[in-house]
Write a protein of this length. Sequence first.
Length: 230
Amino acid sequence: MTSIAFNLQAVRRRIADAAHACGRHPDDIRLLAVSKTWPAECVAEAADAGQTAFGENYAQEGADKVAALASRALEWHFIGPLQSNKTRLVANAFDWVHSIDRLKIAERLAAQRDPARPPLNVCLQVNVSGEASKSGVAPEAVAALAHAVAALSALRLRGLMSIPEPTDDMALLRQRFAKLRMLREALERDGLALDTLSMGMSHDLEPAIAEGATLVRVGTAIFGARSRAH
Ligand SMILES: *Cc1c(COP(=O)(O)O)cnc(C)c1O
């Protein structure tokens, strides 16, 4: 077994253990393998070990890997900060975008998505850490953005995503994940059916699953430590 296959097995075990610990079914939690900075060969190795969904942070790097691995049936998620000048590339290379934090970006993605393809799946990135973090829409602004994005027919609003500021305070971390869960619940009461809570990474997937994550984004625990400081 390769080390990537071995690591994938260990991560899937962590997900299953965390699900069982809180009475959830492991199949209700998807694993997104975050392959940023790693070459297409590493993605292929993970794919050979049964992994199908991959996450990328950089538009051009991600689009290049999508093209290199086009012969395989993989699902590609864009999870990084998205600038206006990269929306056309991202709208057509990827199946999902997790990092929508303003309407302008959503409108550009919707206008630029190839109409022959199914709608682009999107999540809104929410800042659940307050002052400590600058990325993501403020919790108070989520509802307005969600309704505006849901009205764009080339996009399909799937849920919410967050990257809480790193902290050793487990109770605080749980609170931040719980905040995202409650925001999703509020949107559902408001008539938006959302099936995705994208939260939890290599070091904090257990508390994220305990608070309802339906998709965890894991890089380091699968591919190893990244040498570039991304
Ligand atoms: C890099 C990254 C991850 C994966 O982080 P690891 O700590 O390597 O598991 C998850 N989500 C986002 C948005 C990232 O940029």
